[in-house]
Structure formats: structure tokens, C-alpha cells
Design a protein around this ligand. Structure first.
Ligand code: MGD
Ligand code: MGD
Ligand code: SF4
Ligand code: MO
Length: 711
């Protein structure tokens, strides 16, 4: 495979070359250029590419330091095999690690059935890896149990968009469309810290005349620039959406012509919403009725108006309903499909979008095909050269796989690109579940908390060490080029999949010279599907700065906007869904009077296994904290510099605290980027959304007390 290395920079910097790549972290997939000292195989400089339309030269502190991972002394460079119960490991060669893994997987499956082995993937993996991982689970391992960390991330938004629009592409339009918006409502999204270039774009949109409304129980860095702040109690967003819809109806803001032409099922939803108003909304959400009415008026008056949701609205046991209730609002306003208006959801992980399209989800086959649909099954089985009857059925979701490990029905697992020991809710039980497995293999480039319970650890390559494609927040598939050689014996995930498949006797289905060949197979398997990549190839992706799916033939330029003329349901219409407000799984009570919510800070990424190792990021935010409203901190007599004790029905954690001036008073916020005794997931709960199987990561009942001893 040729690298996109360019020749040494115009002669005056001998031994230096440059290559184009994309950031290792979030869904923006900021386009970066890296300068490499070729003799040392070292990246010496990084900058954002101005010619790339998604980030326009911007990048955040994580992207700017992402290359420090490459040369980090903590890199895993040889496979590790556990040699004792206490968790000591020895380095082994690849053959030993792979032979051992294949043998243990086979022994487990022989004794306990095919589904006793599970695969747990991630949204940071390339499309090629995700595609192969899904194929590996079904064809080589023959298990139905494969799922991924996107269950904790995009599953509610995805299920809601599928139900309402017939397809799920996080944003159904290019990001640059927000410059056309005149009103933007962000619900439970802190883009200033999580997707920082978007904060810059929002400011620009404001300069161009847009009003920004932010719904967040906290005073986030994003709400700092809001023209209107709504601070709902965690878990009450669907009531906010219903109150907004009722006010839009009362103000005459419903676009009836649009509804008649483009939407099905709206009459009962509008009739139901008429029974509510802003005063009811205030009772449930705590947002003053005046502000709810003002927000509704802005959404009507300042068009195009756009609604965007983030995990704050979605990571709930009613996440799907909540997203649907905001889609109802956007449809009633007649905005979905209009440039600068409508509805979208902000995908989080680097390949959170492609990761849910190409088959590592329990219910999905590549191209968003359904594993439960006979035609879809037949099509994919034929492409893979297997009998449809041999294709396993739908399996367990991510949290349910871990629960099955706890129960002893899943006994062997391979985790690729996830750190559930930190990121899964009800952490103590989940750690037990991982230790309960009779065999655990983990692929990572840094030794994670999940590796601690592994029997085998495979050293993986990093973003700049292997070519592959990622599908970004917009639905734009981009080619991420490599420009440095991996350290030691680190091996790309896709190669490890191929190696293991061979050892499991399925080598004939996994014969690829490089990732480009994998991509070409993926693209052809998706032909005719909803997420159709069949008109894409590596050189076309590179020439076009990525391509939006569907892209059904080689001459197709990609689909920038999905819903301009129709939706993806057979009648071409979107659907409204009647959503009644219901309470969260745990509401505050006398023992646990507050609402604990969780999320992120700018400097750290997810379970923190990557960013806690980068000095500039670690020192900026070295430890977790709980953010408390100023009022509550005074009421509780919290002492500056002293730790506090945060308790829920699942456990307790000691933390520093910070006061926040305006925060909704019942809300306590903790970032989740740390493991061990500092992990906020020791406190979170497992209540799952009935449709998406998303756990309720964004709210549970909690108590907070001052710790007596000094810090
Ligand atoms: N720096 C950084 N950036 C990241 C990531 C990271 O870990 N670190 N992760 C990436 C990933 S995978 C994701 S999914 C995205 C997540 O991006 P976001 O969804 O923006 O991130 P969160 O901080 O989880 O939550 C957003 C906001 O929701 C608010 N919130 C909490 N509960 C509720 C509620 O009930 N209702 C409402 N309306 N708001 C609520 C929180 O106060 C928080 O400010 O970020 C991506 N980018
Ligand atoms: N309380 C609480 N919990 C949450 C959330 C929350 O808001 N609150 N958010 C949830 C969300 S949205 C998400 S996305 C999940 C994420 O949860 P995790 O899946 O645990 O997230 P990461 O930390 O990205 O884990 C990825 C691991 O794989 C490694 N890795 C990264 N890229 C690759 C690769 O290409 N190959 C291999 N082999 N390894 C790789 C990293 O070093 C890291 O150890 O957390 C969820 N958990
Ligand atoms: S973390 Fe996200 S916003 Fe920051 S540089 Fe990387 S892709 Fe861009
Ligand atoms: Mo996520």
C-alpha cells in the first residue's frame, strides 16, 4: 500500500516529510497535516488543514497533542499473556498469543455453545475494522453476540432517527449548513468542550444573525455563549419538547402544508400536545414558563430553525422517546430537509457513525442492513459466500453482554477498542462481570483498566500507523492516511482479525492484501442498502475530501443533504410519534435527594486511557470533580479544598468539588474519564431504554456530603 507521504518539504528540510490524516479522537475527524522526521520515524509537528471543509483548519488541544500517543513510552509493543491470578503478564510472540486465543475460544464454544463467546467493539475503529469484526463474529466465531460501545453513545439517537426518518445519519446535512440557520436549539450538548470547532461555527452563525438556545442543567462553556439558556432538571427533556410543541401550536407556528405533504401520523401527536402548555413544562422541568414560550417563539420566527441533540438528552432509559419528541417539534415547524433548518444529532466517537453502519451492532449487517430481515440476510450471506442459515441471528446489546458475563452465560470475550471497565455503568458489577469471564482478550495500544482482567492483550496500532476510513459527524466518509511505522510488534486490528479467523478455520473468507481491499469489499456489500458506499473508493475519497453516503455509483458525488425531497420510509414521509413524558428510573427521594449526571471535559477523552497519558492534558485536569450549584454548596456547607462524598444506591466516591453559579439546583455533574475508585461509573445505574438498550448514564438519584477529614 502506498502512503500519502509527500516528498521532503522543498529541499530545505532534509529528512522531513508530510502526510494528511485525521485526528484520533472525536466525530469531527478534524483533518490534520503532520510533519515527520523520517529518520527518527517521529511526528514533529501537527496542524489543522484549512482546505478541509469540516474543520476549516481548526483543531482542539486533543488533536494538537494526538501525535504524542504515537511515541509514548506506555505503548504496548508486544502481545501479553497473563501468567498469574494476581495479574502479572509476560510478553509473548504473536503466534503464541493468537494460538492461545483461538484455542480458548474454541474450547469455550465447544463446551458452552457458539454464543458463549462474544465480541465487544468500539466507535474508534475504522470502517474496515468494524466491517471485518462483524464478519469475523458471524462467519469465523459463528456467535450472535457482537455489540459495541456505541450502545452507550448513539443508540438512542439512531433508533429515533430510524423510526422517524427511516434512516439514521447523525447529521443529515453538511455541518456548514448551520451558517444558514437563524435559530439553533442545542439540547444536552456541550460542543465547546466536546466538539470545539462547532463552538467557533456557532459563534459565526450568531454573527450572521442566528439565535442560540442551549438546554443544559449546567452552565456549560457552550451555554456561556447562548442567547437563551434553558436549565431543565436532568431527565426531563421530553417534557421540555412537549411544552415547546404545545406553545408552537398555540402560537400558530405549525407548518400544516409541510405536515400534509411530508409527514405521517401527526394528527394524534398535535392533538395530544394541545393538552399541555409552558406552565406544565415548568412544573416538570423547572424551566420558567416564560423562557419556554420565548424559545418556542424564536423557533417559529427565526427560520430556518435547527434542533440538535447530544448525549445529555439521549443517555437515558427514555432516550429514544426524547429524541423523537424533539423530531416531532422540528417536523411541526416544517424544518426538516430545509437548508439550515431541521433536526440532527451530534455523533461523538471518531467513527461513531460508520461504527453503527457496518455490522458490529448486534442487530445489524453492513450498510445498515438488518440481521432480522430475510432479504438482507440473504444478500450479505451471498456476498460472504456462506449459507444464509449459517448466519447467526440478532444477539445481545453491549450492556446485556456484560450482564451475561456476570451471569456466566457469556464466558469468553474479545474487546477491541473499548474500555468498559471504566465506561460501563454500575462499574463494580461490570468489573466483576469482566473478571468472571473464563477468557478475555483485549486489543488496545495502551494498557487499559479492562486489560487488567484480560488473559491476552494484543498491541494495536494508532491512527497514524494504518490507512483506513472513518465516517464523520456529518456522514462524510474520510480516508485517514498513515505516515509513520508502528512501534515494536504492534499490529493493526484488521490484521489480527484476519490472523484469528485463519486459526478458527475461516481463513478462506478473510483474504485481503490491505485495507483498501477490505474497503472495496465493504463498499460492494453495501450496494443498494441505505448506507450505500458502493460508489466510493480510496482515491475518490481522497480527491473529494471525503464523500457523503449514500454514494451508489462511481459517478455519484455523494448525498450532502438526505431529506430535501423525501424521507426514507417507503411512502417517502417522515413519522411523528406520540411521546408521553415519564419519569427517570430513579427520581430523587429523602435518602438521595439530588440528580447525578455525568459527561466530559475538553482535555480528556472517554475512559481517559489515551488522554490521561498526555502530560499537557493530564496536568490541565488531573482528577475528577463534582460540579455543584453555588446555592447548594452553601446550603451543604461545603468547604473549599476539602473532598466531598458522593453516594448513590450503588456505592460512594470521594471527590473534589467546584461551585457553578447558575446550575440547576438538584444537579450534580461529574466527568467520567477516570477509573478505579475515582470512577463515577461506580455510581451510575443500568436501567436500559426499552428500544435502544441505552443505559441511563445521565441521571440517577444521589446524595452529597462534606467529608470531615482534610483533603
Ligand atoms: N473533550 C471530549 N470531547 C468528546 C468526548 C470526550 O470524552 N471528551 N467524547 C466524544 C463522544 S464519544 C461523545 S458521545 C460526545 C458527547 O458530547 P456531549 O453530548 O456534548 O457531552 P456530555 O458532556 O456527555 O453531555 C453534554 C451535556 O449534557 C448535559 N446534560 C446532562 N444531563 C442532561 C439532561 O438530562 N438533559 C440535558 N438537556 N442536558 C443534560 C451535561 O451537563 C453536558 O453539559 O463528545 C465527543 N467529544
Ligand atoms: N457515566 C458515563 N459513562 C459513559 C458516558 C457518559 O457520558 N457518562 N458516555 C458513554 C459514551 S458516549 C461512550 S462513546 C463510551 C466510550 O467508552 P469506551 O469504549 O470505554 O471509550 P474509550 O476510552 O474510547 O475506549 C477505547 C479504548 O480503546 C483504545 N483504542 C482507541 N482506538 C483504538 C483502535 O483503533 N484500536 C484498538 N484496538 N484500541 C483502540 C483506547 O486506548 C481505549 O482504551 O463511554 C460511555 N460511558
Ligand atoms: S478531538 Fe475532535 S475537535 Fe479536537 S482535534 Fe480531534 S477531531 Fe477535532
Ligand atoms: Mo460517545
Amino acid at each position: 500500500m502506498t502512503l500519502s507521504m509527500q516528498p521532503a518539504v522543498s529541499g530545505w528540510e532534509p529528512g522531513l516529510s508530510r502526510f494528511n490524516t485525521h485526528c484520533s479522537y472525536c466525530a469531527l475527524q478534524c483533518a490534520l497535516k503532520m510533519k515527520v522526521d523520517t529518520a527518527q520515524n517521529r511526528v514533529v509537528k501537527v496542524w489543522g488543514r484549512r482546505d478541509f471543509p469540516t474543520n476549516r483548519g481548526l483543531s482542539c488541544v486533543k488533536g494538537q497533542t494526538a501525535h504524542q500517543q504515537i511515541h509514548h513510552s506506555d505503548r504496548l509493543i508486544r502481545p501479553l499473556l497473563r501468567e498469574s491470578k494476581e495479574g502479572t503478564f509476560r510478553e509473548v510472540d504473536w503466534d503464541e498469543a493468537l494460538d492461545f486465543t483461538a484455542r480458548r475460544l474454541q474450547e469455550t464454544q465447544k463446551a458452552h455453545g457458539a454464543d458463549s463467546a462474544a465480541v465487544f467493539g468500539g466507535g474508534a475503529l475504522t470502517n474496515e475494522t468494524v466491517y471485518l469484526l462483524g464478519k469475523f463474529a458471524r462467519v469465523a466465531l459463528k456467535t450472535r453476540n457482537i455489540d459495541y460501545n456505541g450502545r452507550y453513545c448513539m443508540s438512542s439517537a439512531a433508533a429515533a432517527q430510524n423510526a422517524s426518518f427511516g434512516v439514521d445519519r447523525g447529521l443529515n446535512f453538511p455541518l456548514a449548513d448551520i451558517f444558514e440557520s437563524r435559530c439553533i436549539l442545542l439540547v444536552g450538548a456541550n460542543v465547546a468542550e466536546c466538539l470545539p470547532p462547532i463552538q467557533v461555527f456557532l459563534k459565526r452563525a450568531q454573527k450572521l444573525g442566528a439565535r442560540l438556545i442551549v438546554a443544559d442543567p449546567r452552565n456549560s462553556r457552550t451555554s456561556d455563549i447562548a442567547d437563551l439558556k434553558l436549565m431543565p432538571k436532568p431527565g426531563t427533556d421530553s417534557a421540555l419538547a412537549l411544552a415547546l410543541l404545545s406553545e408552537v401550536i398555540a402560537e400558530g407556528g405549525v407548518d400544516e402544508k409541510y405536515l400534509n405533504q411530508r409527514v405521517g401520523g401527526f394528527e394524534p401527536v398535535l392533538a395530544f400536545a394541545r393538552g399541555f402548555n409552558a406552565a406544565w413544562g415548568e412544573k416538570i422541568t423547572g424551566v420558567p414558563d416564560l423562557l419556554i414560550r420565548q424559545a418556542a417563539r424564536w423557533l417559529i420566527r427565526f427560520k430556518p430553525s435547527l434542533i440538535l441533540t447530544g448525549r445529555g438528552a439521549e443517555q437515558h432509559s427514555k432516550g429514544v422517546e426524547t429524541v423523537q419528541s424533539f423530531i416531532n417539534l422540528a417536523l411541526a415547524l416544517g424544518q426538516v430537509g430545509k437548508v439550515g433548518g431541521g433536526f440532527g444529532t451530534l455523533t461523538g466517537q471518531g467513527n461513531g457513525q460508520g461504527g453503527r453502519e457496518h455490522g458490529q451492532k448486534a442487530d445489524q449487517l453492513p450498510g445498515y442492513r438488518s440481521i432480522e430481515n430475510p432479504q438482507d440476510r440473504a444478500r450479505v450471506a451471498q456476498a460472504w459466500g456462506i449459507d444464509e442459515k449459517d448466519l447467526p441471528q440478532k444477539g445481545l446489546s453491549a450492556q446485556e453482554i456484560l450482564q451475561a458475563a456476570d451471569a456466566g452465560t457469556v464466558r469468553a470475550m474479545w474487546v477491541v477498542g473499548s474500555n468498559p471497565a471504566v465506561s460501563a455503568p454500575n462499574g463494580r458489577r461490570m468489573k466483576n462481570a469482566l473478571s468472571n469471564l473464563s477468557f478475555l482478550a483485549v486489543s488496545d495500544f495502551f494498557f487499559s483498566e479492562t486489560c487488567q482482567t484480560a488473559n491476552v492483550v494484543f498491541p494495536a496500532t494508532l491512527f497514524a500507523e494504518e490507512d483506513g476510513t472513518m465516517t464523520n459527524i456529518e456522514g462524510r466518509c474520510v480516508l485517514r492516511r498513515s505516515g509513520v511505522k508502528p512501534p515494536g510488534e504492534a499490529r493493526s486490528d484488521w490484521k489480527v482479525i484476519v490472523d484469528l479467523a485463519g486459526r478458527l478455520g475461516a481463513g478462506q473468507y478473510f483474504s485481503y492484501p490491505n485495507t483498501e481491499a477490505v474497503f472495496n469489499e465493504l463498499a460492494s456489500v453495501t450496494a443498494g442498502s441505505r448506507a450505500d458506499y458502493s460508489g466510493m473508493n480510496y482515491s475518490k475519497l481522497e480527491r473529494n475530501r471525503g464523500l457523503f453516503w449514500p454514494c451508489p455509483d462511481p459517478n455519484h458525488a455523494g448525498t450532502f443533504r438526505l431529506f430535501e425531497s423525501s424521507f426514507f420510509h417507503p411512502d417517502g414521509k417522515a413519522r411523528m410519534k406520540l411521546v408521553e413524558y415519564r419519569e427517570s428510573a430513579e427520581e430523587p427521594d429523602a435518602d438521595f435527594p439530588y440528580r447525578l449526571t455525568t459527561g466530559r471535559v475538553l482535555e480528556h477523552y472517554l475512559s481517559g486511557n489515551q488522554t490521561r497519558r498526555i502530560e499537557a492534558l493530564r496536568s490541565a485536569v488531573p482528577e475528577p470533580f463534582v460540579e455543584v450549584s453555588e446555592k447548594l454548596s452553601r446550603r451543604l456547607g461545603l468547604k473549599a479544598g476539602h473532598k466531598v462524598k458522593l453516594t448513590t444506591r450503588r456505592g460512594e466516591v470521594r471527590l473534589s468539588w467546584k461551585a457553578s453559579a447558575e446550575q440547576e439546583e438538584s444537579t450534580l455533574f461529574v466527568p467520567f474519564h477516570w477509573g478505579g475508585e475515582e470512577s463515577v461509573n461506580l455510581l451510575t445505574q443500568e436501567a436500559l431504554d426499552p428500544v435502544s438498550r441505552m443505559p441511563e448514564l445521565k441521571v440517577c438519584a444521589a446524595n452529597l456530603t462534606q467529608e470531615e477529614e482534610n483533603p
